[in-house]
Design a protein around this ligand. Sequence first.
Ligand SMILES: NC(=O)c1ccc[n+]([C@@H]2O[C@H](COP(=O)([O-])OP(=O)(O)OC[C@H]3O[C@@H](n4cnc5c(N)ncnc54)[C@H](OP(=O)(O)O)[C@@H]3O)[C@@H](O)[C@H]2O)c1
Length: 288
Amino acid sequence: MHNTMTTRTIGDRRVGAIGLGAMPMSVAGHMPDEEQSIRTIHAALDAGITLIDTADAYTPSHEDVGHNERLVARALSLWGGNTAAVLVATKGGHTRTPGGWDVDGSPAYLRAACDRSLKALGVDSIGLYQHHRPDPKVPYEETIGALKELHDAGKIQFAGISNADPGQIRLAHDILGERLVSVQNEYSPRFRSSEPEIDVCAELGLAFLPWSPLGGIGRTGELRERNSAFIEIADAHGVTPQQVCLAWELARSPVVIPIPGASRPETIVDSAAAASLELSAEELARLG
Ligand SMILES: NC(=O)c1ccc[n+]([C@@H]2O[C@H](COP(=O)([O-])OP(=O)(O)OC[C@H]3O[C@@H](n4cnc5c(N)ncnc54)[C@H](OP(=O)(O)O)[C@@H]3O)[C@@H](O)[C@H]2O)c1
């Protein structure tokens, strides 16, 4: 049974108001086996989720770049529902090294990364291609110019940016025009400094995708310590504090589409239900 969910807009697409962050399925030390990952993605889709966020750099090791994209592609190929309604959003611009993570925002690197992502996802054109993180060694306009070329070559249907400040969002919007549809920055009860970026997105009509919306892998329990109102309001509704957290983010602006991560079906099914959790003005005021 495939459920429907309240929807929001990215470009000309309608997607469920809650998306799925696929990263926890490719994190060394946290990673479930492939069968569990596929069940998790299918549970998300069955719950009405139609936005899946991934990246080429989501991989348990630098030797397996594209791991998460291939997992998402495999899960979609095995799902019985309408995959045309699912928007897969990937990213390029972060590199993986034996020691960790780096960035490369050069146009040549992005062109090659996009070609690798097309192959990993098994598609002719990527639904939403996001630049992962600004590279201080490359002028931002050059990096964003590469996204424009990828769009104009038909390799990506929409462009997004991530970890961008208000000035970078405006610059990218000037260069990309309607090709730019989304901004993905960190935002959660413990990390609120993206408020100005949410306002710029609302002004420009861009979707804002909060990353680590529950505080990040292994930190979702911190909601309890941070603000007891999340627990009290959750108890009053008979739901989890994580649902209250996601509903609080949805209430922040109609452009917000949280992408909670999951590596288990239970957690993403619980998070998906936040799309229909209405919080009162009084409850929102208590959550701050
Ligand atoms: N653009 C960027 O630079 C950037 C950076 C970081 C993340 N991201 C994206 O943002 C997504 C979300 O961030 P995140 O995965 O780092 O952190 P998160 O969404 O804040 O937390 C993910 C963790 O929360 C748990 N969880 C999810 N729903 C829950 C629920 N209803 N109740 C209890 N626990 C729940 C999951 O546990 P289980 O694993 O046990 O299911 C998962 O490990 C990522 O997956 C990735 O796609 C982007």
